[in-house]
Design a protein around this ligand. Sequence first.
Ligand SMILES: [Zn+2]
Length: 281
Amino acid sequence: MRKSKAILFLGILATLISCARLTDTSTTKLYVFDCGEITVKDISLFSPGVDLGVTKKLTNSCYLIVHPKGNLLWDTGLSDQLISSTEGVTVGAGMFHLQVKKTLISQLKKINLTPNDIDYVALSHLHFDHTGNLNLFKKAKVLIQREELKAAFSNKAKQYHFDPSSYAEIDRANFQEVEAIYDIFGDSSVVIHAAKGHTPGHQVLLVNLRNEGPIVLSGDLFHFEKNRDHKRIPALNFDKHQSLEAINRIEKLIIEKKAKLWIQHDIDQNLTIRHAPNYYY
Ligand SMILES: [Zn+2]
C-alpha cells in the first residue's frame, strides 16, 4: 500500500514537472540573422534636412524566437533571390542598392530548421525589406496589425510602398490580425506592441529573455541611432504625428521595462550583436 502511494506521488510529481517544462519560458532563445544590406544614396530621405546627399549603409536584420510553444520569425528580410546578383541590385530610381550575401534559408538550415518549422511570422510592417522571404513560410500564421492587413489588401497597397507580390503566395486565412498589444504565447515572453506611423500598422516586438533581459526589436521605428537621439521622422513615413506618438510610447515602455532597443537597420549597433548560429537566451 505504502509502495503504491509512493508510485502515485512520483507519477504526480513527474506530471507536474513536465507541465512546468511546457510553460517554462526560461528556454526561450533569440537568434539574429543577416537578412541583407541596403545602401541609401541620400540618407536625408530618413532624416529630413540633415545629411543631405550623404550615402549610408544600413543592415537588414531578421530574428528567430524559439519558444517552448513554437518558433516565431520576426521580419523576413530582403528576398533570398537577391543572392544571385553578386554585385547587388539598384532600385527606387537609384536611391537604394540592395545586397544579400547569406540567404535566410541557409541560416535557418545551420540551426537545423526549414521554413516548415516556423509556426508564426510576425512582421514589423510590410515594406519590401521586411517581407522579402514571406512567401517561403506558407504554413506559418502571419501576425500583423489590423490596419496593416487592411492596407495590404486594399488598392492603396503600393501607395504605402508595400509589394503585394511578396505576400501573394500566403493564404489569406493564414494572416492573423492583432490589435495594439498582443501577447503571442500568453506568458508575457514575446509581446507585440503597435507603433503606427511608419506604415498604417507598424509594430515592434518586446522579447523577455531570462539571461539577457527584455529587448525591443525596433522594426523601422528608427533606422539608426542618430534618428533616435533627435526623434527624426523619415519623409516616407505614412503619418508623422502617429510616428511621434509611437516613439514616445515605446521609449516609455523601454524605460519602464529597463529594456534594450535593437535597431534593426543600424549598422554600428549590429556589429555589437551576436548572430546565428549563436543566440541570446
Ligand atoms: Zn526597413
